[in-house]
Design a protein around this ligand. Structure first.
Ligand code: GLN
Length: 309
């Protein structure tokens, strides 16, 4: 017999239905053909609680292109590997510019504002390439281990497409190289960056894998310490100030949770001492954040009083 939906699941379904009933707005990311062809009307949400339960609604088990949500995994791994030296190479201030903006890099001598704009994530990728003999494998085992899902993989079409259409990211990387802030070959740093953007995960996978950020660094389902309490705090702080691109201030104002979005339409939000929410729907607003994803997380946070403030 199918199990009865929990109260949480009823609430998630209610919010999902509200989101689906909104007037359709936004376009799917179209900077690469492999993303432009996803069905734009998919919509899902998952909440992983610290007791190990995951509640879901809609397309929460459909793998999607995590894109910039991968910047959280890359950052966590680089913090483990580099310690505080990382902060010589990338800062922790909001940029106030689009995620792929190049202008500040010149004024600021090749040091990106934060690890969640593209320039910052490329520096993080560079540190991984320089510190691991096989950085892409290292990142994949990190992510698979966190989600406890060996099946998690990269979409090769997206990966190749990212490489073919990556001129702007290449420009960022070469400019940083000219300032001495890329150690490895530029092409290797970019290869790692595009690879991590092309990972596919479902809402359920993303929410479970990042649960340690809601639990002071300890992964609830395994009991493993993933990062120190201090680093969990720091990752959440940067998510809060810079995770939603140039809409981070508004997201803090309206929702009050550390979060990270990607142009695949995924948004992950951390609720300290409670759990992790991941919402996904491909249509994006003008900042590159999922329209329905924003709606669902905002509603859920409101209804459950989840703001950290
Ligand atoms: N692959 C995308 C890019 O580098 C990721 C950006 C994003 O999700 N904001 O432009």
């Amino acid at each position: 017999t199918p199990k009865r939906p929990s109260n949480q699941e009823l609430l998630l379904n209610e919010i999902l239905q509200e989101a689906l009933a909104l007037p359709l707005s936004g376009e799917v990311a179209n900077y690469i053909p492999a993303l432009a062809s996803v069905n734009p009307n998919q919509c899902g949400i998952a909440v992983a609680n610290l007791d190990g339960q995951v509640h879901v609604a809609g397309d929460a088990d459909v793998p999607f292109s995590i894109q910039s949500v991968s910047k959280v995994f890359g950052l966590a791994l680089a913090m483990l590997r580099m310690g505080d030296d990382l902060w010589q190479r990338v800062h922790m201030e909001p940029s106030g510019q689009a995620f792929n903006s190049i202008v500040q890099l010149e004024w600021e001598h090749g040091i990106p504002r934060n690890p969640f704009i593209n320039a910052g994530a490329i520096v993080v990728a560079d540190t991984l390439v320089s510190h691991y003999s096989a950085s892409k494998n290292a990142l994949m085992s990190f992510v698979r281990g966190l989600a406890d899902r060996p099946e998690i993989a990269v979409n090769q079409d997206v990966f190749l497409s990212e490489k073919q259409h990556g001129s702007r990211n290449a420009a960022l990387a070469y400019l940083m190289k000219s300032f001495g802030n890329i150690e490895a070959d530029v092409e290797d740093a970019l290869d790692h960056y595009f690879y991590q953007c092309s990972i596919e995960m479902s809402c359920r996978d993303v929410a479970r894998s990042l649960s340690f950020l809601a639990n002071r660094g300890v992964q609830p389902h395994s009991g493993d310490t993933i990062v120190s309490r201090r680093d969990a705090h720091r990752i959440n702080a940067i998510m809060q100030t810079s995770g939603m691109y140039d809409q981070s201030g508004e997201f803090a104002f309206e929702v009050g949770l550390p979060a990270k979005s990607g142009v695949g339409g995924g948004i992950v939000a951390i609720v300290p001492n409670y759990g992790v929410i991941c919402a996904w729907s491909p249509r994006l607003n003008q900042y590159g954040n999922s329209c329905m994803g924003m709606y669902m997380i905002t509603r859920l946070a409101e209804k459950l009083g989840l703001s950290v403030y």
